[in-house]
Design a protein around this ligand. Structure first.
Ligand code: MG
Ligand code: ZN
Length: 381
């Protein structure tokens, strides 16, 4: 009898531990702010290489991790348009298509749900703002190549903070540097509602505002070694502006997407040094998001990728000397490998394990739409 009591007591104790370690209240609540980082072309080897060279990564501080399948509707190997659509809407589509189903039906994006549900929104990238990944969060079009049309949709959107490159797509054809073939002046449209900047100096001089469009290159921004402002500083400023916007306008937090766009381009070029520099730049930005989430507990941070690029493999190196001495790329294209996902903060536990890339968009949209409910749901329906 005494023994049974002892066993029961132990069992209860064990149960109590199990419940408190997995049923953490913070992990089950709906986040107010969501920051989604996308490393374009970032596979596990890309992360491994960055860790060897940088020593330690901000990515290592995430408590939840998993893998995502990334095939598209019409291809075993996805492109950034189809994968961006999956992440931004929770639905698969064909390669090249931006937030439309293969039958051309329009898909509502995380950003559109966020605006509808009274959240401030922002997009920060190290490519043209009209490029496939950012476009998937704002625009709807049958081809990622239609930059002029994507620019028009971006100019008409209610996104509060836009940082990237590509101002050439926003000015009429007669302006030097214009990448348009018509007379539309989208910058004039933007300037009616928002502050517009295009230099690092203007960025440094920004007054406390609650919305801004910053396009710092006529088309594609430079590589990480010379790119100004750095992705981490853009991320920091975007978070500052979005949290001010949310507070001033009585909104329910914010959604921010930050893309390390050029990890992919380095993979296509089979350029390891470029790749590692972009990875480190991206990880610095992740660190900024993570710090904000630590200081503001209602913030969920997710880091993922759209696909791996280059079939990158590391064969030899030195952890002690922070060097990679032997690596190869097996391709100049994207590969079909699963991509990693990391999550930190309230609601992070649903991102663990192996899921499809549509899972990311679906969970984020559920969080945005079910802001008041703290119950679990089947995000796969
Ligand atoms: Mg991209
Ligand atoms: Zn690519």
């Amino acid at each position: 009898m005494k023994l049974l009591f002892f066993i029961k007591k132990r069992l209860f104790f064990l149960l109590a531990i199990t419940v408190s370690s997995t049923g953490c209240a913070a992990e089950n609540t709906i986040p107010e702010n969501i920051i989604l980082f996308i490393g374009d072309g970032m596979g596990v080897s890309q992360i491994s290489a960055a860790k060897v060279v940088k020593g330690s990564l901000n990515l290592e501080q995430f408590k939840v991790s998993g893998l995502l399948t990334a095939y598209s509707s019409d291809s075993f190997v996805t492109d950034s348009a189809a994968a961006g659509t999956a992440l931004a809407t929770g639905y698969k589509t064909n390669n090249g298509v931006i937030s439309l189903l293969p039958d051309a039906a329009r898909l509502k994006t995380i950003v559109e749900y966020a605006i509808e549900n009274n959240k401030a929104t922002g997009i920060v990238v190290s490519s043209s703002i009209t490029h496939a990944t950012p476009a998937a969060f704002i625009a709807h079009i049958d081809s990622r190549e239609k930059h002029s049309n994507i620019a028009k949709q971006i100019a008409q959107s209610d996104v509060d903070v836009l940082f990237g490159g590509g101002w050439g797509y926003f000015v009429p054809q007669q302006i030097p540097g214009s990448l348009r073939t018509d007379d539309k002046d989208l910058l004039q449209e933007i300037k009616k509602h928002k502050t517009f900047i295009q230099t690092e100096q203007e960025f440094l001089n920004l007054a406390p505002i609650d919305s801004v469009v910053g396009l710092f290159a006529v088309e594609q921004p430079q590589q990480a070694t010379t790119r100004k402002p750095e992705l981490s500083r853009l991320t920091d400023k975007a978070i500052e502006i979005l949290s001010r916007n949310s507070e001033l306008n009585n909104k329910k937090g914010f959604f921010l997407m930050v893309e390390g766009s050029q990890i992919d381009w380095a993979g296509h070029q089979n350029d390891q040094e470029y790749l590692i520099n972009e990875m480190i730049d991206f990880d610095d930005a992740v660190g900024v998001g993570l710090k904000y989430a630590r200081d503001n507990q209602q913030t969920l941070v997710i880091v993922t990728s759209d696909h791996e690029t280059g079939g990158f493999a590391i064969h030899n190196g030195s952890v002690k000397n922070n060097t990679i001495s032997n690596s190869t790329f097996s391709s100049t294209e994207h590969t079909a490998a699963m991509v990693p996902v990391f999550a930190y903060g309230p609601g992070s536990s649903l991102f663990s394990g192996i899921n499809d890339n549509t899972h990311i968009g679906r969970i984020i949209i559920q969080y945005i739409r079910n802001a008041e409910k703290s119950t679990s749901f089947d995000a796969k329906n």
